[in-house]
Ligand binder design. Structure first.
Ligand code: NAP
Ligand code: MG
Length: 398
């Protein structure tokens, strides 16, 4: 059998702990036998980030911008304990944060649906993808604890000296106040990423804020989305037979609960943080969520939504068998390969991505799965496989 050829390499970002082990297994067992895999390899494992003073993360982001499609393994975001564990020179920043800032992207998270793992919400038949704006609002706030009587004001001083002043509140006693901001440029990028992704995946796009209460701030988001849509996407949406609609966040929540799924829900930063956790837990498992960063320039970076599964890794180091779910990491690879195939006109590569996803889901639906799914499945007598056995079972089916 001749292997599938690639035209452009993928940017491959290796990572840490249990997911690093899964990464190698996926390449050896599922990809290499079928594809003449071409990648530009960057080792984002914590030891190498430390050795390169985190330059490797920056290099990987540049390569992703240049080549257009990347796939990333989960990585450790160092905290004080990790600094000690790895003897780090510094508490390096989150690689995802660095890459997201460089690509100016929006993160889309979607659950992977499989028969036998039922969403808590019975009428959800198709995935609900959350698009979370990743800049500003309360994540860049300034806050004051108001000690006692006095007034809090919001003051803008223009570069030309012009001033805008608004009274926040005339305090009679102690309280709290905060200032938040966002940027037209960031909201515009967010809008482009959402419209583009909706067209790419042929799904309706919903966008929700609280513009009835926040008549200037949230209204700005609503207006920018409407302007970008009318100017650049309305015709393409009509042609694709998909819809964009804006609604209030509380109305969106009520509609989501009654919907069948199969759409993208764009949310402001805080709403997206909260709603993505609600949607992912209601769909069943963090190990069954994919995540893709889409930049307004059309650059794609695929990954799993979960972390490096540290607890399982320590079991593994201790010589004990593990049963870690590799589905989200497999789907990160298939997402990247499919996108590369689409961009390069390689139908065979696209078809391979489809086949690998089908083989993965069929393996689970046949009753063979990892422990996290075996605990929640409605399939009778599921067989719990180890990390390695599960990937080999998929390889056989493939
Ligand atoms: P985690 O890796 O997401 O794992 C948390 C728990 O969720 C696991 O202990 C496990 O539960 C379950 N789980 C997650 N993924 C699973 C899978 N594929 N298969 C089976 N069970 C799975 O989060 P963490 O342990 O809190 O964080 C570990 C490291 O990951 C941290 O250093 C953090 O910085 C990093 N992180 C990276 C990313 C990223 O790169 N995108 C995202 C989040 C966290 P049980 O132990 O009950 O089996
Ligand atoms: Mg959160």
């Amino acid at each position: 059998m001749t292997k599938i050829q690639m035209k452009t390499p993928l940017v491959e970002m290796d990572g840490d702990e249990m997911t690093r082990i899964i990464w190698q297994l996926i390449k050896d067992e599922l990809l290499a036998p079928h594809i003449d895999l071409q990648t530009e390899y960057f080792d984002l494992g914590l030891a190498n980030r430390d050795a390169t003073d985190d330059q490797v993360t920056v290099d990987a982001a540049h390569a992703t911008k240049r080549l257009g499609v990347g796939v990333k393994c989960a990585t450790i975001t160092p905290n004080a304990a990790r600094v000690q564990e790895y003897g780090l020179k510094e508490m390096w920043k989150s690689p995802n944060g660095t890459i997201r800032a460089m690509l100016d992207g929006t993160v889309f998270r979607a659950p992977i649906l499989v028969k036998g793992i039922q969403p808590v919400v019975r009428n959800w038949e198709k995935p609900i993808t959350i698009a979370r704006h990743a800049y500003g609002d309360i994540y860049k706030n300034v806050e004051i604890v108001v000690p006692g009587a006095g007034k809090v004001e919001l003051v803008y001083t223009g570069a030309d000296g012009a001033e805008i002043r608004e009274l926040v509140h005339e305090f009679a006693g102690p309280g709290v106040a905060q200032g938040v901001h966002n940027l037209d440029s960031s909201i515009t990028s967010f809008a482009h990423s959402c419209f583009r992704y909706a067209l790419d995946t042929n799904q309706d796009l919903w966008f929700s804020t609280k513009d009835t209460i926040s008549k200037k701030y949230d209204h700005r988001f609503k207006d920018i989305f409407a302007e970008v849509y009318e100017a650049e996407y309305a015709d393409a949406f009509a042609q694709a037979g998909i819809q964009y609609f804006y609604t209030l966040i509380d109305d969106a929540v009520a509609r989501v609960m009654k919907a069948k799924g199969g759409f993208i829900w764009a949310c402001k930063n805080y709403d997206g943080d909260v709603m993505s956790d609600m949607v992912s837990s209601a769909f069943g498992s963090l190990a069954m969520m994919t995540s893709v960063l889409v930049s307004p320039a059309g650059v794609y970076e695929y990954e799993a939504a979960h972390g490096t599964v540290q607890r399982h890794y320590y079991k593994h180091l201790d010589g004990q068998p593990t049963s870690t779910n590799s589905v989200a990491t497999i789907f990160a690879w298939t997402g990247a390969l499919r996108k590369r195939g689409e961009l390069d006109g390689l139908c065979e590569l696209v078809a391979f991505a489809d086949r690998l996803e089908r083989a993965t889901l069929d393996t689970i639906e046949s009753g063979k799965m990892t422990g996290d799914l075996a605990r929640i499945t409605t399939i009778d007598n599921p067989v719990t496989l180890t990390t390695e056995e599960f990937i080999r079972a998929i390889a056989e089916r493939l």
